[in-house]
Design a protein around this ligand. Structure first.
Ligand SMILES: Cc1cc2nc3c(=O)[nH]c(=O)nc-3n(C[C@H](O)[C@H](O)[C@H](O)COP(=O)(O)OP(=O)(O)OC[C@H]3O[C@@H](n4cnc5c(N)ncnc54)[C@H](O)[C@@H]3O)c2cc1C
Length: 384
């Protein structure tokens, strides 16, 4: 019997008012032409100006301590903000990784100097991070990474490469998981560390990999004798695997694993209503119970994360179910709506369909593939 207990979150009046404030801000921004709503905006919709604007409003690093530029607000308030930004398809990709996982990583493992230096800049929307985990021969099997850092005077020299690195071309720094001790087949998770690489450092080369849509979102990154000073090691040398794994719960359970295609869903319902297409509408709204259930699960995980509970298994479950839902939305649109998906169409619905269909293959890969997540869930269930 699966033990699946998650707290049910109910919103207070203050939280409902906060949601209304965000909605009206986003509506005004859209009307002012600041952004056009798009699917998967957390990954491929970057606007440095928009990130700065959110930073000025105190909407990055919302839950972090005030002494580091944060807002000391609750995880549920952050959830509300994230949900509204994604539902609106707002361009949040530039600061996404720093806000979602690098900040919490610093708070848990960073030195006082790192917290004081990086967190306020991130919270202002002025400092972006990318996450360097995957390598050409190390994706699902991350313990196979070969990028290495060797000791030199006052720091480290990194050599190796990363692949599929989202936003490496716009980030100021990358958290690189690398080997600081030689690879040992019998202790594959040992000897890894997390280093903060300044993307302007000599020896860093970023090469774009084009998305199916033609957009530039992820990259190959090469390191050739890249110097990293001692004070840019996060946490403890050799503890990189454990530290990196702790980030994954933040990465897997948020509303971005459910709402990547929400702008399409909303537009579909709008158009089907306008056309009085009852059959199409009936099929489309049949998706909504899944959305509601997933949302409640994801909010429950956010609450558990705030309480410091271990959510590894549940987060994997939410990501698996959530990404299947996102893909179903794109598939339903393709079957129900008689329009040709096209990125360059003047028709908004056609563009949203094209974005969802072309981004779709990545939903179940990024952040851990479906097969890997199901393995985590299966092991978690067996262990109970
Ligand atoms: C849009 C996008 C953005 C990304 N952004 C980043 C990023 O910012 N930083 C970063 O480091 N990485 C990023 N990635 C990489 C992503 O994390 C990897 O693609 C993912 O972990 C899978 O690794 P892989 O591509 O090497 O596939 P592989 O690991 O080679 O897997 C290929 C297939 O084999 C299956 N498979 C592998 N091992 C097993 C097993 N043991 N049991 C069952 N099936 C298995 C997988 O499920 C998959 O279907 C991104 C990927 C995408 C698509």
């Amino acid at each position: 019997m699966i033990k699946l207990e998650l707290p049910v979150v109910k919103f207070s009046q203050d939280q409902k008012d906060f949601r209304a404030t965000i909605r009206s801000f986003l509506q005004n921004e859209r009307l002012a032409g600041t952004f056009e709503s798009k699917c998967d905006s957390w990954l491929s919709g970057d606007s440095i100006e928009f990130s700065r604007k959110l930073g000025q409003k105190g909407w990055i690093g919302m839950t972090w301590p005030q002494e580091y530029g944060g807002g000391e607000r609750s995880a549920i308030e952050r959830y509300i903000l994230t949900e509204e930004l994604l539902a609106a398809g707002a361009p949040v990709a530039a600061h996404w990784f720093a806000d979602r996982q690098t900040g919490p990583l610093f708070l848990k493992y960073g030195s006082e100097e790192q917290k004081q230096f990086f967190l306020p800049q991130i919270a202002k929307g002025e400092c972006f991070f990318s996450i360097g985990l995957s390598e050409p021969n190390a994706g699902s099997d991350l313990a196979a990474i070969r990028t290495k850092a060797e000791r030199t005077d006052g720091g480290w020299l990194i050599n190796g490469s990363k692949i599929w690195t989202s936003g490496a071309h716009i980030s100021h720094y990358m958290i690189v998981l690398c080997r600081t001790s030689p690879y040992d087949q019998n202790q594959r998770h040992a000897g890894m560390s997390q280093l903060i690489v300044d993307m302007k450092e000599k020896g860093v080369t970023v090469r774009p990999i084009q998305f199916l849509t033609g957009e530039h979102h992820f990259n190959e990154v090469f390191f050739e004798n890249v110097f990293v000073p001692d004070n840019r090691l996060i946490g403890t040398e050799g503890n990189g695997w454990k530290q990196g794994m702790a980030e994954l719960a933040y990465e897997r359970s948020g509303p971005e694993r459910i709402l990547s295609t929400y702008p399409l869903l909303e537009e579909m319902i709008h158009i089907l209503r306008e056309n009085e297409d009852e059959a199409g509408l009936k099929e489309t709204i049949a998706l909504l119970p899944d959305l509601w259930t997933l949302r409640n699960m994801s909010m429950g995980v956010a609450k558990y994360l705030e309480e410091g509970q271990d959510v590894n298994m549940i987060a994997a479950l939410v990501k698996d179910l959530g990404t299947v839902f996102e893909t179903n939305v794109a598939e339903k649109a393709r079957l129900i709506i008689s329009r040709i998906p096209s990125m360059s169409s003047n028709d908004r619905l056609s563009r949203l369909m094209a974005q969802s269909i072309l981004h779709g293959p990545g939903f179940t890969l990024r952040g851990g593939t479906t097969e890997i997540l199901r393995g985590i869930v299966a092991k978690g269930v067996v262990a109970q």
